[in-house]
Ligand binder design. Structure first.
Ligand code: WTA
Length: 656
């Protein structure tokens, strides 16, 4: 976060109280009620979570023990048996609810489909039966590489129905990135589509799958299930590739949900870390189901008549938890949109709100800043009066964006929930409860009941008010990451060893910096590690650097983030070239494209700076702090005495 943004955060002093009508009708109506829940949960977490699990979910078999905590390994609802797909579908097949809309979908070209709970259940059962026919057994893993179409959600639910954890790979990732993830997860089946619509063009997903699997490079994959979306010509490998519409015909819609152990993995989702290789974050069935269920209900104050729209892509944790699992577990109506604002249809988001009378809208600050830039005449020309609650996630929201969201989209009547959480946390951790918490623009306010958060120094000591420190979580919570897939060492190192246990509490290290103000409000500042947040997407600097150095022209690469108006941060790459190569605009363009091909367009650097050398310490570590200052045009301040070669810095300053 840039200094300028931090200052504007500090300058916004207004407090926004929940409208009294909203509070009266909400699940958690006051700060007293919040405090009571928070205190109860802190004093006796097992009683708190045990009671919720009993009230809110269906279990085939009750647990013997709520929590078994052998730091850093937690097991929740030990011995309990349940199925997430059952909780999201079957239990809603009552006479009152089975004909309620579960999923409303709008395609980019303007086509649309919707599914009642009964219809969604039927499709999920059929796909689950097809997956079984393809030979999948409980515990096998399935890759999902899909556009934002209903079959993406159907595929996820079908996998969980038969106990085959999915790993969803964002459709904007390249074939290389897809291959790495399929290999790491040892996926047996890939579910994809011929293509998807993205800004008036077709994203050739199946073609990317073919590239990822070429030459049997992922030997575990034996079948590919292809959904027809765009209808363009694609190749189908005989024996390996099957059309969904072919296999489903005649398949039974009866597929009982497999009773899963509460601790059985539900899914793996890859996320960037500080090394070159993304981590497979493993989530477990019972805890994940309960936590996403209860956060959806309380944070978004869900009521039966709500139409809930989370604009994330299904390839990210936000799409998992708040398009699919949280809303459906609650029996809500969830909206899924394939499109994005584009020049041919800049007001499309507001058309969707108007058309479906969306009541709860959850998006990212980068999107809000884009909406601001596109102009308020677009939302003003639509009827947004159905909205009653707004949410934000993915990065710190700057007060200017918060105020615009509040005024233009929320009509000054909708509370805003700024929710802080991560792929690893499974669900929302710091957040206002909209009927209870007075909000301050830019602050994610307080921990959700049951979450004990703190801001500490590297020794685990709490820092004082308004002092920056590391954001940590002090007690286990149901949807916490269980494991980095196949790598317990990395799990320990990344999350549990940066900061030593304090007074018997193991501290979960989030990788974010934060401060707490004298009212106890949390202000998350952004990553403190080598992770960049570009338009709400996490990218490891090492990941981008390794892709750059794989280009023959590049000798060394160092990547840093630079503040950007819309994206929050943008990638700047400092490059030294191999002999025989010369810096040029053409080469810069080629390198950007190269990263796009290797990882995906989201990782493409905004700027390439060629330089003769990189500033390093005497032990050879790149001094990113200096590069960050240089990239954002700030004076290089602080200690530079550890620099190995001062002339490098002078040259960089001189207009690299
Ligand atoms: C950042 C997305 C400030 C943070 C759910 C975190 C936020 C990373 C907020 C996780 C917020 C997310 N305020 N920062 N409200 N929400 N972040 O894993 O740096 O894609 O560590 O999960 O996004 O990104 P991830």
């Amino acid at each position: 976060m840039s200094q300028a943004t931090i200052e504007s955060v500090l300058q916004e002093k207004r407090l926004f109280n929940p409208p009294s009508q909203f509070s009266q009708e909400s699940h958690i109506k006051s700060m007293e009620e919040y405090q009571r829940l928070y205190d109860q949960a802190k004093a006796d977490p097992e009683a708190f979570w045990g009671q919720l699990a009993e009230q809110e979910l269906h279990w085939f078999q009750k647990w013997d023990q709520v929590l078994d905590w052998q730091p850093p390994f937690a097991q929740w609802f030990v011995g309990g048996k349940l199925n997430i797909s059952y909780n999201c579908l079957d239990r809603h097949l009552t006479p009152e609810r089975q004909d309620k809309l579960a999923l409303i979908w709008e395609g980019e070209p303007g086509d649309s489909r919707s599914f009642t709970y009964a219809q969604l259940h039927r499709d999920v059962c059929q796909m689950a039966n097809v997956l079984k026919q393809l030979g999948l057994k409980k515990g096998d893993r399935v890759g999902i590489y899909m556009p934002m179409i209903p079959e993406a959600a159907i595929a996820m639910l079908a996998c969980l129905r038969i106990g085959t954890p999915h790993t969803v790979v964002f459709g904007g990732f390249s074939s290389e990135a897809l291959k790495d993830r399929l290999l790491d997860a040892e996926a047996k089946v890939v579910i994809t589509a011929d293509g998807g619509w993205r800004k008036d063009a077709i994203v050739p997903l199946k073609e990317q799958v073919d590239k990822a699997l070429a030459g049997n490079s992922v030997p575990s994959v034996h079948s590919v299930l292809v959904v027809q979306r765009t209808g363009q010509q694609i190749g189908m490998a005989p024996g390996r590739d099957h059309w969904w519409h072919d296999l489903r015909s005649g398949v039974s819609a009866d597929c009982p949900a497999e009773p899963m152990d509460s601790e059985d993995p539900a899914f793996i989702l890859y996320t960037s870390g500080t090394t070159g290789k993304p981590k497979g974050v493993v989530h477990a069935t019972g805890g994940y189901n309960l936590y996403t269920h209860i956060t959806t209900k309380w944070v978004f104050d869900l009521h039966p008549s709500d139409v809930f729209w989370c604009t994330a892509d299904i390839g990210w944790i936000t799409g998992h938890s708040y398009i699919v699992y949280g809303p459906l577990s609650n029996g809500a109506t969830t909206v899924m949109y394939e499109g994005a604002p584009r020049s041919s249809n800049p007001g499309c988001m507001w058309d969707v709100v108007q058309k479906y009378r969306v009541t709860i809208f959850y998006t990212a600050p980068t999107a809000i800043r884009l909406f601001m830039k596109m102009g308020e005449h677009l939302p003003k020309a639509r009827d947004l009066s159905s909205l009653r609650l707004l949410g934000s996630v993915g990065e710190p929201i700057n007060p200017a964006a918060w105020m615009w969201y509040h005024r233009v989209i929320g009509g000054e009547r909708c509370p805003i929930v700024d929710t802080w959480w991560q792929t690893e946390t499974g669900g929302i951790m710091l957040t206002p409860l909209p009927g209870a918490t007075p909000t301050k623009p830019g602050s994610a306010t307080y921990p959700f009941p049951g979450i004990v958060a703190d801001v500490v120094d590297l020794d685990g000591n709490p820092v004082g008010d308004n002092q920056g420190g590391y954001l940590v979580i002090k007690q286990p919570w149901p949807s916490m990451i269980r494991m980095v897939h196949g790598n317990p060492d990395r799990f320990r190192r990344t999350y549990w060893e940066h900061i030593p246990p304090k007074d018997g509490d193991y501290l979960y290290f989030s990788g974010d910096g934060a401060r707490r103000d004298p009212d106890g409000y949390f202000w998350v500042m952004g990553r403190v590690d080598d992770v960049i947040n570009v338009a709400g997407h996490r990218l490891g600097t090492m990941e981008v650097e390794s892709s750059l150095v794989s280009h023959p022209a590049v000798a060394e690469a160092a990547v840093v983030g630079k503040p950007s108006e819309v994206k929050g941060e943008e990638i700047v790459a400092f490059i030294t070239l191999e002999e025989n190569y010369t810096a040029s605009d053409t080469l810069a363009k080629e390198l950007k494209q190269h990263v796009g091909q290797e990882i995906g367009a989201l990782a493409r650097p905004g700027e390439i700076k060629f330089t003769e050398g990189l500033p390093k310490t005497r032990s050879g570590k790149i001094m990113r702090r200096l590069l960050r200052s240089l990239a954002s045009g700030q004076e290089v301040t602080g200690d530079t005495s550890t620099l190995e070669d001062r002339s490098v810095l002078d040259k960089l300053r001189g207009g690299a």
